[in-house]
Design a protein around this ligand. Structure first.
Ligand SMILES: C=C(O[C@H]1C=CC=C(C(=O)O)[C@@H]1O)C(=O)O
Length: 355
């Protein structure tokens, strides 16, 4: 199917308020859509059916899903399209800025007095998009950061979410398994090799250590790479690749998801304490931001799941852009505010032509 026809079919489905997901794997020039034929909120605990799952940050062993077998499946090539790749600068909001910096300072204080080591703070920014245009949205999204997993998910119960995430939660092919520890952020400056401070290396190492510890029970062999720079659009992160072999029996997809989610890349360390600080003090509901999403087929032990980062929720004529960053000892509120401003660039470039 050619892309304009693909986009039109999905748009017509959306106008009928029926659930759908469209997605493109990292560095793939194909886009796939699952169009669900009724408005039921299907959910799964065992991830056994071939489906696309969509789980919130506060995941309680159950995720929404669109079942592939009962959906209409469309596929198209992503032709290189004209996209505006415009950048926009938003008016600063001093009240929001102060509130966020105070929140960061409170976390820094907790780190020095309590037993929490890392907390990933976040916020959301409302941007008015008076001229929402579905075709533009899809084209801009698919041409944004091609090495990311790009998606648009819609269900009447969740609203419209879209994103371009650089972070894999895990993928498995029945026998072997891979994931990553992604953390620390700098602006990506062309022809300049990033230099990572001790603080940034420590922040990322915490994520690697936690993932490796949590996977011990489920894997028989586990190999980790050295941390390396990983470009994600206008940003660059530190990334460790982690690969292993699954143990039979216990290593089901929901078990792997439960031991990994939420990693200290999106929540903190130790996980329970960091999560309770966030749920109590963050001041808004993350919903699906920092949850996870992607395709699964539990019967064959296949999964390709991503962490829902660099994403936004579009409601009527407002886009809510979600951004966050890891706070550890030595973090500074001003730098953390800047980092979240920089992280907004991915979604801002997607909506730029509609603002
Ligand atoms: C929580 C986010 O990013 C995570 C992933 C990579 C780097 C991060 C950081 O530098 O803090 C975060 O852990 C976000 O983009 O909203």
């Amino acid at each position: 199917m050619i892309l304009p026809q693909f986009i039109l079919s999905v748009e017509k489905h959306w106008q009928k308020n029926l659930p759908f997901v469209l997605f493109s794997q990292p560095n793939d020039n194909r886009v796939t859509a699952y169009l669900q034929q009724d408005a039921v909120a299907y959910s799964t605990k065992d991830f056994s059916e071939e489906s696309f799952v969509f789980a919130p940050f506060d995941y309680k062993e159950e995720a929404l899903c669109i079942l592939k077998d009962t959906a209409t499946v469309l596929e198209s090539n992503i032709a290189v399209q004209f996209t505006t790749q415009k950048t926009i600068t938003l008016n600063s909001d001093p009240v929001e800025e102060q509130r966020y910096k105070d929140f960061i300072q409170n976390i820094i204080d907790s780190i020095s007095t309590k037993s929490v080591v890392k907390v990933v703070a976040s916020r959301r920014k409302a941007v008015s998009i008076p001229n929402i245009n579905f075709e533009l949205l899809v084209n801009e999204l698919l041409n944004t950061n091609l090495s990311a997993f790009r998606y648009i998910w819609y269900h009447p119960n969740t609203g419209l979410w879209c994103g371009a995430t650089p972070e894999v939660l895990f993928s498995c092919d029945g026998i072997s398994f891979s994931t990553m520890a992604l953390a620390a952020t700098q602006k990506n400056i062309e022809n300049k090799t990033p230099v990572w401070s001790y603080k940034e290396q420590f922040e990322q190492q915490l994520v690697t250590d936690s993932i490796v510890t949590n996977l011990q029970r489920l894997t028989s062999v586990l190999k980790t790479s050295r941390p390396k720079s990983h470009v994600a659009g206008s940003l660059v992160h530190l990334k460790t690749d982690i690969q292993g072999v699954l143990k039979n029996g216990r290593s089901t997809i929901p078990n792997i998801a439960s031991v990994l989610h939420p990693t200290p890349a999106v929540c903190g360390s130790p996980t329970k304490l960091a999560k309770s600080i966030l749920l109590k003090n963050e001041g808004y509901d993350r919903e699906y931001y920092t949850g996870f999403l992607g395709t699964v087929n539990g019967k064959k032990k296949l999964a390709s799941l991503f962490v829902n980062l660099r994403c936004m929720k579009i409601q009527d004529t407002t886009a809510y852009i979600y951004v966050g960053g890891g706070i550890i000892q030595g973090s500074e509120p001003e730098a953390e505010w800047e980092e979240t401003e920089n992280k907004m660039a991915t979604m801002l470039s997607v909506i730029a032509p509609m603002v």
